[in-house]
Design a protein around this ligand. Structure first.
Ligand code: HEM
Length: 141
């Protein structure tokens, strides 16, 4: 068993039955034929991604470190990515736009605080002024 065996998606796709099942996770190829019956998450989910990229499915579940150790034992090779092959979403989405929108909302947050502060201060002074007026009136009467 060598971890330097390189297979393409096409090669991996041929291993798509319960007795002969490969999955790709983070560009590594795992032989799950022996493991499928032991999988705590059941055989269905593994069969669903038999011969395919299971990176997203695997990460979505939030597998434990123990599960990742099991992975090491099942590795049979690495994926040879070819032009046009799909890349797993789990590693592909870098949220470049969200940082700027984050700072936008921080700006808005500060603006709201500022308005509340100024509004509060104005209200306070207006109240003081009116109280004084009232006092002056009652004093005069
Ligand atoms: C060869 C790859 C995989 C290995 C070695 C593996 C291993 C494990 C292990 C050890 C657990 C027990 C909980 C834990 O330690 O995190 C588990 C649970 C689970 N796995 Fe996987 N898993 C693999 C692939 C997948 C895939 C592709 C899916 C697809 C969705 C999946 C779905 C689940 C689910 C739903 C559970 C939770 C079961 C429960 O808590 O009732 N697993 N897996």
């Amino acid at each position: 068993m060598s971890s330097t065996l390189e297979l393409t998606y096409q090669d991996v796709a041929e291993h798509n039955t319960k007795k002969d099942i490969y999955v790709v996770i983070h560009d590594k190829i795992y032989d799950c034929a022996q493991f499928i019956d032991e999988h705590p998450g059941g055989e269905e989910v593994l069969l669903d991604c038999a011969g395919q990229d299971a990176t997203e499915a695997f990460e979505d579940v939030g597998h434990s470190d123990e599960a990742r150790e099991t992975l090491d034992k099942l590795q049979v090779g690495v994926l040879k990515r070819q032009p046009g092959d799909p890349t797993p979403k789990a590693s592909a989405h870098v949220a470049s736009g969200s940082s700027s929108s984050n700072s936008d909302s921080t700006g808005l947050g500060i603006g709201v605080y500022f308005i509340l502060l100024v509004g509060g201060a104005l209200g306070y002074f207006a109240f003081q002024y009116m109280a004084k007026e009232e006092q002056a009136k009652t004093g005069a009467a």
